[in-house]
Design a binder for this molecule. Structure first.
Ligand SMILES: [Zn+2]
Length: 303
């Protein structure tokens, strides 16, 4: 079920227009301001010419795991990163397989919360330099955003349940509440209520990345989900809550994440070790064929 592919992307088709106004406190801006700023990123046309000059519609959709909770989504002509961490730190096992151009091609980067395995400062600094991406992030990332030097006109604030229009009016990113877990499934004592996950609705496909969170009732309110990233770690939905979420959402594709990325120790296993094999075995038969454990850097074609 897994594939790799290589293809050329015509960057000229991506029109970047307009700009968003910098304010002293961008996280206090209204939703309409948010949307206006987001409108600065639009695809000029979903169509492109093929080699024999026949117009074709690019409705391709693929996901590529960048390690931990990081993903590169290639949706038509658009490149979206979620929680990218491509720093070869001391605790990182390897960066093997991660495409060299995953940062430079980014059009939008979604960050769920401020922890270093999601808001990776080294990676964010690279993105600031090497791409012209916008950063969508919650207020809990405000300080980290300032410290890493993200220009305010490249930030789009994420507010829970307020859709952000990206890349045209039928493409939205909706921040979904997230409550960070801790040891043995307890709610983390320093959780930040502004943290989020993201519902990405583009080209008729709904993808949900929960961020780091325990199971919440807001998850039950989600629309039909086609693609679900799931984190079966002790500090997230582990096995039991992951099973509930999968049953509730009934996704066509399920990708376990927050796994196999950092060296596991007794002290950090509650967030570095994922029970994804156990989850895969516990799944109902109907879900087993939809459950894909992908390799780091592998591009998985949705369509
Ligand atoms: Zn995490």
């Amino acid at each position: 079920m897994t594939n790799r592919r290589k293809f050329l992307r015509d960057a000229s088709l991506l029109a970047v227009t307009g700009s968003c106004a910098a304010t002293s406190d961008i996280f206090a801006t209204s939703v309409s301001a948010q949307v206006n700023s987001a409108v600065g990123l639009q695809v000029a046309s979903p169509e492109r010419k093929s080699d024999n000059d026949v117009p074709v519609r690019d409705d391709s959709y693929s996901v590529c795991w960048l390690g931990n909770a990081g993903w590169w989504l290639r949706i038509g002509q658009v490149n979206i990163l979620i929680d990218p961490d491509v720093e070869q730190g001391r605790t990182r096992k390897t960066l093997e397989g991660i495409p060299d151009d995953c940062l430079s091609k980014a059009d939008a980067v979604l960050i769920t919360h401020e922890h270093g395995d999601h808001f990776n400062r080294s990676t964010v600094k690279q993105l600031i330099q090497e791409s012209s991406c916008r950063f969508i992030l919650p207020a809990s990332c405000r300080q980290a955003a300032m410290q890493t030097g993200i220009p305010t006109n490249r930030i789009i604030p994420a507010h829970h349940l307020k859709p952000i229009e990206l890349f045209g009016d039928r493409s939205t990113v909706t921040p979904i509440p997230a409550i960070h877990g801790g040891i043995a499934g307890a709610v983390y004592k320093r959780y930040n209520a502004a943290d989020c996950g993201y519902l990405i609705s583009m080209m008729g496909i709904n993808l949900f990345h929960p961020g780091d969170t325990v199971l919440l009732e807001e998850h039950y309110d989600l629309p039909t989900i086609d693609i679900l990233m799931i984190s079966p770690t002790e500090h997230n939905t582990n096995i039991h809550q992951s099973l509930i979420l999968i049953e509730k959402l009934n996704p066509r594709f399920i990708f376990p994440q927050h796994r196999d990325t950092y060296y596991v120790t007794d002290d950090n296993s509650f967030w570095t070790h994922a029970y994804y094999k156990e989850l895969g075995e516990a799944l109902d038969e109907s879900f087993k064929s939809r459950y894909h454990v992908v390799k780091q850097g592998e591009e998985f074609i949705i369509r």
